[in-house]
Design a protein around this ligand. Structure first.
Ligand code: MLT
Length: 266
């Protein structure tokens, strides 16, 4: 899989996985601020941004394996700090549970550990068919906007909403369909969260209606070494909506990661 990515090349290494149907552009506020103190790698997951959009179902495992391939291609075999937002969080959980030796810290942002209900999975399949039939994701994106952003962002930062809208409108129909079908097929991970044996930051926007605070609290309660941070004035895209509070939480978390794992020379 040919993936596009941003890479700030210093240490420790932080890998950030975007949500659906976005791109690495959602991490601009993190790449810039965290890039000053660590190496930040933010790929476009398959079907998104500038990466390839092959046919088929993009399972969370397949997207996690793409990330492993990217790390291998970059010669990174020491553990990284892995963060993912929403769909990126599903991918991060897959990677954390199936390749635990590759990460030394986990950041689950505005995401869920439960599987889709049958009704949600059916809705995703219908949406995938509509997007492929219409040849763009426009009608799906229109319905998503109010659910992605918190009230404060919608009212006070319309340029931010516009920027993500433009990113979403550029996502290939085949990429949207592949990701929808992959998310619908993802397993319930809640029973496996107790196996995560590394420091974990669970971060959520206070106004997230897609993956709400209560669900984040539940996830944090099931991971042995987890802490919960609620980001004010933010909805489902907390790192993008309130980068200052998110970056402060991430930097505080990075300071706690055992230095030997995260900051060893390449
Ligand atoms: C996302 O932000 O990645 C999506 O809302 C995730 C989902 O639809 O479950």
């Amino acid at each position: 899989m040919r993936l596009a990515y941003s890479d700030t090349r210093s240490s420790p290494i932080v890998v950030l996985l975007h949500g659906f149907p976005l791109s690495r552009a959602m991490w601009d506020g993190q790449v810039e601020a965290l890039g000053a103190v660590c190496r930040v790698i933010a790929p476009d997951l398959r079907g998104h941004g500038e990466s390839e959009s092959p046919e088929g179902v993009y399972t969370m495992d397949a997207m996690a394996d793409d990330v492993i391939e990217l790390l291998d291609a970059l010669g990174i075999d020491r553990p990284v700090v892995l963060g993912g937002l929403s769909m990126g969080g599903y991918v991060a959980l897959s990677l954390a549970l199936r390749h635990p030796a590759r990460i030394c810290g986990l950041m689950l942002m505005d995401t869920r550990a439960a599987a889709d209900t049958p009704e949600t999975a059916r809705g995703r399949e219908e949406t995938a068919r509509t997007v492929l039939h219409e040849g763009d994701g426009h009608s799906m994106i229109e319905t998503m906007i109010p659910r992605l952003f918190g009230k404060a962002t919608r009212e006070k930062l319309p340029h931010k909403v516009g920027a993500m809208l433009a990113v979403m409108e550029r996502t290939a129909p085949q990429g949207i369909a592949g990701a929808l079908r992959g998310m619908a097929a993802r397993p319930d991970r809640r029973g496996e969260l107790g196996r995560i044996a590394i420091p974990t930051l669970v971060l959520v926007g206070e106004d997230d209606v897609v993956a709400p605070v209560d669900e984040a609290r539940e996830i944090a309660g099931m991971i042995p070494d987890a802490r919960l941070v609620v980001i004010p004035a933010a909805g489902h895209l907390a790192p993008f909506e309130n980068p200052a509070a998110t970056n402060a939480a991430i930097l505080g978390f990075l300071a706690e990661i055992p230095a030997r794992a995260a900051a060893a020379p390449a």
